[in-house]
Structure formats: C-alpha cells, structure tokens
Design a protein around this ligand. Structure first.
Ligand SMILES: [Zn+2]
Length: 467
C-alpha cells in the first residue's frame, strides 16, 4: 500500500492509522553506528558543482544512468553536507592549505603544508593512523608529492618543495603511495635519484601499469606512473600504449585497497583526482569531464567495496571549486553538449600538436580527428593568431598554450562555459557513506573533518586537535 492509498483508507475508515511505511524510511539510520575500521577519503580536486553536475548529465545521456556519486543520493544511500573551504590566509584556498585543514586539523596559509600561522606543525593524519597501527596510503593522478596527498603526510612550509617531500616519504615508509611525479624521485633531481634508497629501505617501486598487478602486501609500494601528472583520461583511453602502461585512478585505488584491506587494524587511504583541477585551470572541457567520470568510476568501486566490508567510512568531496564551468542556455544546448561524446583528446593534448607552421586546413583536420568537430575557419584563424609567440620546441611549456582562447572557442561548440581560470571560494559538496556518516552535520568547515575522521575511527583522544 502506498502512502496515498494509506491516507485515503485511513480517512475513509475514520480511524487513525500509523504511517508505518513512512516512519521506516525516515527513521532508518544511514550507515551504521559502529566504529569505522577503515577510512577512504576521495577528493576530486578543484571540482566545482558544475563539474559534478555535468559528469552526471553526460553519464545520463550517454549511458542512460547517472554518475555513481549522485546515485548515492538518488538511492538514499549517503548523507551530504556543504563544506566551507577557506584557508587561514584567504576565503579562496589553494590545494595545500585545503588538504592541510583535513590532514592537520588547522587552517594554514595558502602554499603551506601543515605549518600554521604561528609555526605550529600539527601531526598529519596518516602519521597518526600509522602510529596507531593502521596501514596508510595515497593515490593520485598528479605527482604523489603534490599538495593534496602531501597534506595528509608531511609538514613543510612550501608546497613547491616536491623533491624534499619525496625525501620525507622515504622516512615515513607509508604502505601505498601511487601516482605521478617520478621527476621528484629520479635522476633529474638536483642531488640525484633517491630511488636506490627506497629500494634499500624495502620498498617495491612500480613504474608501469603491468607491475601493479604483481604487487603484493609484503612490502611498502611506491608507484610512479608519469614524470609529472598522469595523462588525462580522455587521452589515455584513446591511446593503446598509454592504456597498457598507465593505470586508471580506479585501478590504482582498488589495488591500494587490496594491499591494505586485510590488515587487522584497518587502513586509511586518500584518493585524489588531481587533474580535474588542472583541466579546470586550463578550461579544458574534455579533460575535465572525462577525468571526473574516471573518478566517478573509482567512487562506484570504492562504494561496492565499502558496502560489502561494512566497516569502511567513505568520504567523497573536493577541496575547492575551480573556474565554475556549466552548461548554459543556448540553441541546441543538448546537441552541443552531446558533441563531447565524440572527443578523443583533451584540449591540452590538441594544443600540444599545433603550431603556427601548420596550415589552417591541417589544423581543421586535427581538430576533427581528435575532437570530432567541424571547426569554422574564423575560429581556426583566431586560434592560430594566439600561437604567434610560440615556436616549435617550446610547445611543451604548457603555460604558453592558448588555453583561455581555445576554451572560449570550444564553448561555442559544446555550450560549456567557464567563469574564470582559477579556484573559487564556493562552499562544496561533501558526501559520506558508512559507519560514522550519521554524525555529519549539514554544514561544516574543512578543518573539522580532521577530528571527524579520527572520532569515526575511535582513535585515542590524544590524537584529536584541540579547538
Ligand atoms: Zn585543489
């Protein structure tokens, strides 16, 4: 009996009937009340709400089913809140201060990793979990020494000291660290490669997707799958060689879980889709949406694991908005948005193929092949004009590429528009699933997540950061 017929039946009969079915739905606790043995925090870095929305719209129109993340809401499986993302120095945070707020439990200035305004150095959360007997790790699509993973691991006053962070990771000997950034570990460092030290310290170092499959839990793992950031998912998916050699964020995440899940005291893992942020900075629509969807696939797999496991708190969020993209009202907006289904490459990949010496026809052909669009000549001309300062050989200096101009041109074809090219002060989506999630309030500040995670895992009180 549904609610309407129940009401009707009650009124007609002139008696009051308890809304049994309704009460069950309202009173049912979301998640358990037990301790979270494992914590998995998943961060789509620099994910504006429009990014989350567009990935869901894309998934709906392309696969007939929305994103896994928003599926948690549709299926009433998760709880949600808004999170204030400010840093100690600004309402608009950078990734270092944002991750430090979660990792160290205090707000620090932009650029700092767990070094407070008065020089305080709170112990990072993965060190706490490790000290208390858990296995710990990080997975990312950008360098493993980058701000978001580092904010859970180390104290250093400048996030740019990535080679120093690589040194610090050696001493920490965390169980699984996987991502990009081999240039901060290998022979290109000023003082030479640190990898021999990792090996003598007992690490397994993996540099290829195939090696991931052979890893076992007897040794700590350092996985380095790119010199800098990993390729965008849209570029990886359309390049058989990259598919063979570079793991997806799901593959890294599920391997990290596999390596740590049988540990008797549980584990804590941070997962970061770091290139969602890079794509937003570059107004790169295909880079953005396909990396968000790759993150979403990892969300789905993690939730599957957590549902079976029953002792894992999963936190899904972002550290700040970036560039606030969205699908805008226009003639044929649906059709234009659907054109993304034909993209085989990101704007970043495409712009790296172009230079002024190529003919307009050749550029039109490259765009058609890699992004499925028939670009108008006037748009090609305007793009070429912005290449005037770039000569072949300098092309891999990405800061020289006309991202803004191409993003603007691309907006006409996809109808996805951008509000800027940098972080925003927006409050962001925060989702929780599993034991401990029932304690989430509808509005929280980023640094409050630190004690939240420790409390959910019932860590000893001395680990909590005092207000
Ligand atoms: Zn960030």
């Amino acid at each position: 009996m549904n609610r309407r017929s129940l009401l009707k039946g009650g009124l007609l009969a002139g008696i009051s009937m308890p809304f049994v079915g309704l009460n069950e739905v309202i009173a049912k606790p979301i998640g358990g009340v037990k301790k979270a043995k494992n914590i998995i925090m998943m961060v789509s870095d620099g994910m504006s709400t429009g990014t989350l929305n567009m990935a869901d719209l894309y998934a709906n129109r392309t696969f007939g089913i929305g994103s896994k993340w928003l599926g948690l809401y549709r299926d009433k499986k998760a709880v949600r809140a808004l999170m204030d993302t400010a840093s100690a120095s600004s309402m608009v945070t950078d990734s270092a201060a944002a991750s430090s707020s979660w990792g160290g439990g205090i707000r620090v200035r932009n650029g700092s990793l767990n070094v407070g305004m008065k020089g305080e150095k709170p112990q990072p959360i993965l060190q706490k979990f490790k000290e208390n007997g858990k296995k710990v790790g990080c997975v990312t699509t950008v360098p493993i020494t980058h701000a978001t993973p580092a904010g859970f691991c180390v104290n250093i006053d400048d996030r740019d000291g990535q080679a120093l962070i690589a040194d610090m990771y050696l001493d920490l000997k965390f169980d699984v660290m996987m991502g990009g950034g081999s240039k901060y570990f290998g022979s290109k460092r000023k003082n030479g490669s640190i990898l021999p030290k990792y090996l003598t310290q007992g690490f397994r170092v993996a540099e290829n997707r195939i090696e991931i499959l052979t890893l076992d839990k007897t040794k700590p793992v350092l996985g380095l799958f790119a010199e800098d950031g990993l390729p965008y998912e849209v570029d990886r998916k359309n390049d058989p060689e990259l598919m063979k050699t570079v793991p997806s964020i799901s593959e890294m995440t599920m391997k990290a879980i596999e390596l740590m899940k049988d540990h008797k005291n549980g584990f804590a893992l941070q997962v970061e889709a770091g290139k969602v942020d890079w794509a937003a900075h570059s107004n790169d629509v295909a880079g953005l949406i396909f990396d968000q969807l790759a993150f979403d696939e990892a969300v789905g797999k993690v939730i599957e694991f957590a549902e079976k496991d029953g002792e894992t708190l999963v936190i899904i969020t972002t550290d700040h908005g970036n560039s606030n993209p969205g699908l805008f009202y226009a003639d044929e907006a649906d059709k234009k948005f659907d054109s993304l289904q034909s993209f085989k490459h990101s704007n970043t990949w495409l712009l790296n193929q172009l230079n002024q010496s190529l003919s307009e026809q050749k550029i039109t052909d490259i765009i058609r092949e890699s992004q499925g669009l028939e670009m108008k000549l006037e748009d090609v001309k305007s793009l070429v004009a912005h290449f005037k300062d770039i000569v072949p050989g300098q092309l891999y200096n990405e800061s020289n590429l006309p991202f803004y101009e191409y993003g603007k041109i691309m907006s006409k074809y996809t109808d996805v528009q951008w509000a800027g090219m940098n972080h925003t002060g927006d409050y962001v989506e925060l989702t929780m699933f599993g034991p401990g999630s029932e304690r989430l309030n509808p509005f929280i500040k980023n640094y409050e997540l630190h004690n939240f995670m420790l409390s959910a895992a019932e860590m000893p009180a001395h680990f909590l950061v005092k207000a």
